[in-house]
Design a protein around this ligand. Structure first.
Ligand code: AMP
Ligand code: MG
Length: 318
């Protein structure tokens, strides 16, 4: 099988990052600060990026990594605490190496690269709700491997799920706390009464007026599920929801999505039989940079309703 080593390394690193995030959350040690764009960042975001980049650097030293966080935002006392958490999985970690690993995530895209979000849905992480650790391998502009840890998402009677997808090999979900694992499939029905829409908790992250028009066009009557992070992609992939939309607000004319907010989630949905494109129906193009500059918004669906969604949006925009 292809990408076997990449898959093993990505799964272990993502699990370790999830353990770190949960420890920080349980210890109420988050130490939240605001970034320049007013979005929050905690010590778990930095610790998680360090753990992920350390593992990738060790096994794939030549691969660039494009991650969300930047170590320039760190002060020394926070670096000490982050290093303490990182040492629980990487005992040899020091303040200097932790900084180095975090900065290893500020690479540039290449023919082959990794992209990661150490905590996707930081607002959910802080609120005590859903969040995810997202890691993806991209080659030739296409996602080949995606691993998504959702430490607060249920699976059977446990809490904590890891979604894994490899191009051409399907999607599997596994428990973060036991050996339980199962292949998953998106829904195949189109019955409007059964369709479920899943959306962000944060209303600024997707235009709700346009979303409502699309839901009316599909005659969706089930209540919308609101959760943070790429856990939404996991829910579409395992048939808990049928549609997830990301529609830039009308005033955000220059808004482009970050690659790390979609790469892992997108392959998890497509390998489960669903479909992911932008609002024009164009495939997401991961070959241009840290932003999806060639795409406008995102549509992730069970596949069956995809064309209809794109058509409704296009008609609405006329
Ligand atoms: P979600 O939890 O799905 O709402 O998405 C969280 C992600 O939304 C964060 O990782 C940010 O990168 C991204 N984000 C922040 N501000 C915006 C915005 N105005 N529009 C769309 N996405 C945003
Ligand atoms: Mg994110």
């Amino acid at each position: 099988m292809v990408y076997e080593q990449e898959k093993e390394v990505a799964i272990t690193a993502t699990k370790n990052a999830a353990i770190l995030c949960e420890k920080v959350r349980q210890a109420k040690d988050s130490q939240t600060k605001s970034k320049a764009d007013a979005s929050p960042v905690t010590i778990a975001d930095f610790g998680s990026q360090a753990v992920l980049c350390q593992a990738l650097e060790k096994c794939f030293p030549n691969d660039p990594i494009i991650g969300e966080e930047d170590a320039r935002l760190l002060e020394n006392e926070r670096l000490d605490l982050i290093t303490h958490y990182v040492q629980e999985t990487v005992p040899e970690a020091t303040g200097e190496t932790v900084k180095y690993w975090i900065n290893r995530g500020n690479g540039n895209i290449a023919n082959r690269y990794w992209t990661l979000d150490p905590i996707d849905g930081t607002k959910g992480f802080i609120r005590g709700d859903q969040y995810a650790i997202a890691l993806a391998l991209v080659e030739e502009g296409e996602v080949k491997l995606g691993v998504l840890a959702c430490p607060a998402l249920p699976i059977k009677d446990e809490i904590g799920v890891l979604f894994v997808a490899v191009k051409g090999e399907g999607t599997t979900m596994m428990s973060l706390s036991s050996d339980y694992s199962q292949p998953i499939q998106a829904n195949t029905y189109t019955d409007a009464n059964a369709l479920r829409f899943i959306a962000s908790v944060e209303s600024a992250h997707s235009d709700r007026a346009q979303q409502d028009t699309i839901l009316q066009g599909l005659s969706i009557t089930q209540p919308t599920i609101h959760i943070d992070s790429q856990a939404k992609y996991g829910c579409v992939a395992r048939g808990e929801a049928d549609l997830y939309l990301r529609i830039p607000l009308p005033q955000d004319t220059s808004r482009r999505e970050n690659i790390w907010d979609h790469a892992a989630g997108a392959i998890i949905v497509t390998e489960a039989g669903g479909k992911v494109t932008d609002l024009h129906g164009k495939p997401l193009d991961f070959s241009v940079g840290a932003k999806l500059a060639n795409n406008w918004g995102v549509v992730a669906s069970n596949g069956e309703i995809h064309e209809q969604v794109v058509k409704i949006w296009q008609e609405m925009k006329r």
